[in-house]
Ligand binder design. Structure first.
Ligand code: PHB
Length: 387
């Protein structure tokens, strides 16, 4: 038995050392693991996400939740076969406090697995793989972007307003398959019928045989999911094959961030996303000005998704005054966050996927100009998420 005074002394020592430890802890920077592609077909998308994230942190004086930020960046090469090793390097070797990544659905699905195994916070700033907020959903896994189903579904609703038949063209991997599935659901809901799904391996750009087959099927419309650098060649090949006027082409990301490179071939193309050029709200006005000042070019959806990933983490960290050990509290705060996003108000479904509006955009010059809202507050069905 400790005497009363000894007990008090012991408590005092314990309190002093834990307070000292907390101070030492919070003076250390927050380690942010940026697992994004900086090479390959998605390199520009990865840069947009990283730039957006860093812009928000810079606006907070280089801090998140009151603590300085240290970045540990890794090129994931959009290569699923390297994803397990890369994510584990960041978590186990570099001991990051949060994983931010990535663009490619297959790589991100593996990141979600590692995040679950190690109870590390993961915020996915692009990849739409359904399982991340579906069967693999978890308290510590969030998305600042979209599920592949969402923009595909919105495009299906749009195309279905004018056309009765369509053919899809996509890269054969999770994002392509799920985007096409979303399109089919929206298109059928509007009374249309998808006649055939054509595809090629990621990140291939041999589109000619598929375009030739499309021309022989002669549907009323086409929907395509190819992305990044691949979409530049696709849109040019589509126009060069003489299909642009005979079979109207729809997409989601198809013209995002690439209009300068696509030129005339993209003019007039209609796409559906959760962001658009000319979107008017006070947050977006400020965001466009700050982003353009920092990077010398206007932002696109990838910059928005990176910026919002940083906003989400900031909400979580502020709720615990920067104490990263309070993991459950951080997750709860992000789950309930109402984010003022450049895209408009951003909240999260039970499965931690954004609930958001989808806009119709038409390519004019180097802008995807907003013309309409096709669906408001769209929630991913996340049928297999048990949270
Ligand atoms: C994905 O792999 O989920 C993905 C990649 C690029 C995009 C959209 C989705 O533009």
């Amino acid at each position: 038995m400790l005497s009363k005074s000894l007990f008090h002394a012991a408590v005092a020592v314990a309190l002093a050392s834990s307070a000292g430890w907390a101070t030492a802890q919070s003076s250390e920077p927050i380690k942010v693991g940026l697992m994004l592609p900086s090479s390959g077909t998605f390199a520009e998308l990865g840069k947009g996400v990283a730039d957006g994230f860093k812009l928000y942190v810079d606006e907070q004086g280089g801090k998140l939740g009151g603590r300085a930020v240290q970045y540990i960046a890794l090129d994931d090469e959009s290569d699923p076969s390297k994803a397990n090793e890369n994510a584990n390097k960041l978590v186990k070797r570099d001991k990051v406090d949060v994983l931010i990544g990535t663009i490619h659905s297959g790589v991100a699905a593996t990141m979600a697995k590692v995040a679950r195994e190690t109870n590390t916070l993961l915020i996915v700033p692009n990849a739409g793989a359904g399982e991340i907020t579906g069967a693999m959903c978890a308290p510590n896994v969030f998305r600042s972007s979209f599920s592949n189903w969402q923009p595909g579904y919105a495009a299906g609703l749009l195309a279905g307003k004018k056309h009765k038949t369509a053919v899809t063209i996509s890269w054969k991997y999770a994002a392509g398959d799920e985007s096409v599935k979303g399109f089919r659901e929206g298109f059928e809901k509007s009374g249309g019928k998808v006649l055939k799904d054509l595809n090629l391996p990621f990140p291939g750009v041999e589109f000619q045989p598929l375009l030739a087959e499309l021309a022989t099927i002669k549907p009323e419309a086409a929907y395509a999911f190819v992305a990044g650098a691949g979409q530049v060649k696709f849109v040019k090949d589509y126009a060069a094959a003489g299909l642009k006027n005979s079979i109207p082409l729809y997409g989601a990301f198809l013209t995002e961030g690439t209009l300068t490179a696509q030129g005339e071939a993209a003019a007039g193309l209609q796409t559906t996303l959760h962001y658009a050029d000319g979107l008017k709200n006070p947050k977006n006005d400020k965001f466009i000005a700050a982003y353009t000042k920092a990077y010398g070019a206007a932002p696109n959806v990838f910059g928005v998704q990176g910026y919002d990933a940083a906003q989400m983490y900031d909400v979580g960290l502020k709720a615990v005054k920067g104490d990263t050990k309070k993991k459950a509290e951080i997750y709860k705060a992000i789950e309930n966050a109402k984010i003022d996003s450049p895209r408009g108000p951003l909240a999260f479904s039970k499965s931690h996927n954004p609930v958001q509006d989808f806009y119709v955009r038409v390519a004019r010059g180097n802008q995807n100009v907003m013309t309409d809202t096709i669906v408001k507050g769209l929630v991913d069905p996340s049928r297999d998420c048990k949270l």
